[in-house]
Design a protein around this ligand. Structure first.
Ligand SMILES: [Zn+2]
Ligand SMILES: [Zn+2]
Ligand SMILES: [Zn+2]
Ligand SMILES: [Zn+2]
Length: 499
């Protein structure tokens, strides 16, 4: 652990604080996973590389382990990560049935990651005691969600103790504790090929939550899934390290719901307590009774409270807001399900215009639509970069700047989403500067200044992406951004030479 220490608060429990002042980008925690394995609700995947495998009826497939017959692709036949469980399955002669539910879930694989945690405990009981045993599992609350609890109990605890013959090694209580620890604390990661898996990190798991986090994490598949947690901004000594366990670009109601379901708590951070979400109006509706008023929840932490207009006396129930929101969300989902195409882009634009009279321009629905549009302008047929007229380039620029204004509040500093958005922003800026120069409305001097601004934007993006594993998509983007910056620097140097 670097530059941070564990602190125990009698009320809030364990948390991490900095033990010296930390500059943005500096590592505050670095650790390897205690165990890793398939995600929850996974389909049939290779137990070593997590790629999706195709299994026919009756479970027939060539992608099976030669020893235990469980799913393993031909490239992974001797993978060390599968060795121990392989021996258990082979010895107990448990047959892998290859059944998949309608939703594409193979429940027989539910036991793999918990089993790997249990085996890691046996291999290193001291580390288990020191780092894992005290981790939150919320088994009492989870037991109340009886459907999930009972399914886990049958598919994992009883399965491992029965058919897998591990009853004398692991008790039911211990197995259910591990299942809970994984559910509450595990992080999703991706392999270098982009396949999902989950990892259990003991120290990162105790980090406090905040909807405006002050750290960001990178997971490094090429270093055994090591996680590095860095300061997103400058931090003082003794400051609590915080991390977001939900999607920052969801509105308060949705974040609260996700945190309650996954982490069993109500977030009381400044952003959650503020009806305007720190002045962004990220959940704000337009008043339907007056011209300029906005509808805000009377108490954002109470999902049943009334919403009131900031200017007139109009108020409406939380149910009415929820209904309006769910109509919009299903309209958005319909369009998102479309393959990228000119129609998809046009429909997205139409929705954004339609919602102008319903929600605030910075409402999360509008921000989500803008993000989709930013991705499409320049990439979709008929809207490829070379074909975009200046007005559309300016439109893409405006979309990027709009989203960045929200990110400045919710993810100030070194955020991956910011880095992506800055990269998207640089493209229209370069093209606009160049076309202005060619048209004679931008002088060589102005062009130079504009390009220097773009270089600064790319530099900021690279400064964030430099921490990503080189093998990941973000790491690749970092290289592309670096090349773009070098090219621009060369053109600027060329301009100087002409003067
Ligand atoms: Zn494999
Ligand atoms: Zn095997
Ligand atoms: Zn919060
Ligand atoms: Zn009003």
């Amino acid at each position: 652990m670097i530059k941070s220490r564990v602190e125990v608060d009698p009320v809030f429990g364990r948390s991490l604080v900095t033990n010296e002042p930390v500059k943005n980008g500096e590592t505050v925690v670095e650790e390897s996973p205690f165990a890793l394995g398939p995600k929850q609700n996974s389909g049939i995947v290779c137990l070593a590389c997590y790629r999706d495998l195709i299994f026919g009826e009756g479970g027939d497939s060539l992608d099976r382990c030669e020893k235990c017959d469980w799913p393993l692709c031909s490239a992974c036949l001797d993978a060390p990560i599968h060795m121990e469980e392989c021996e258990i399955f082979a010895k107990a002669k448990v047959h892998f049935a290859g059944n998949v539910s309608e939703e594409g879930v193979c429940t027989q694989l539910d036991c793999i990651t918990p089993l790997r945690v249990l085996l890691a405990k046996e291999a290193d009981p001291e580390r288990w005691e020191r780092e894992i045993a005290h981790m939150e599992h919320h088994n009492e609350e989870r037991r109340k969600l009886s459907d999930v609890w009972n399914a886990d109990f049958v598919n994992i605890a009883q399965y491992l103790r029965g058919p897998c013959r591990l009853a004398d090694r692991f008790s039911e209580d211990l197995i259910m504790q591990v299942v809970g620890i994984l559910e509450v604390n595990a992080f999703e990661a991706r392999t270098t090929q982009g396949y999902g898996l989950r990892c259990l990190y003991p120290i990162t798991g105790i980090l406090a939550h905040n909807c405006v986090p002050n750290t960001f994490r990178t997971i490094h598949p090429s270093e055994g899934y090591k996680i590095r947690l860095r300061a997103m901004c400058d931090l003082d000594e003794g400051q609590q390290l915080q991390h977001s366990y939900t999607y920052t670009l969801n509105g308060t109601a949705q974040r609260q719901e996700d945190l309650k379901a996954g982490k069993f708590f109500t977030c009381q951070c400044e952003r959650c307590k503020d009806p305007t979400e720190l002045g962004t109006n990220f959940s704000t509706f337009k008043c339907s009774k007056c011209e300029d008023g906005w509808l805000l929840p009377a108490d954002p932490l109470d999902s049943t409270c009334d919403w009131k207009c900031t200017l007139c006396t109009f108020k409406t129930s939380s149910n009415a807001i929820k209904k309006a929101l769910s109509v919009m969300q299903s309209e958005v989902a319909d369009i998102q399900a479309m393959e990228p195409s000119p129609q998809k882009l046009q429909e997205t634009e139409k929705l954004m215009r339609k919602y102008r009279v319903v929600v605030h321009p910075f409402h999360f629905i509008q921000i989500g639509l803008r993000q989709n549009l930013i991705e499409m302008y320049g990439r979709v047929a008929e809207y490829e970069l070379a074909e975009l007229p200046d007005v559309m380039l300016e439109h893409k620029e405006e979309l990027c700047r709009h989203v960045l204004r929200v990110l400045d509040v919710f993810e100030p500093g070194l955020s991956r989403t910011r880095a992506m958005m800055l990269y998207e922003l640089h493209v229209p800026l370069v093209l606009l500067a160049k076309s202005g120069f060619i048209a004679g409305v931008v002088s060589a001097d102005q062009l130079k200044r504009k390009l220097l601004d773009v270089i600064a934007i790319l530099k900021e993006s690279i400064n964030i992406l430099q921490y990503e594993d080189e093998e990941t998509q973000e790491g690749q983007l970092c290289k592309v951004a670096q090349q773009a910056m070098e090219q621009l620097t060369q053109s600027v140097d060329g301009l100087t030479g002409d003067e």
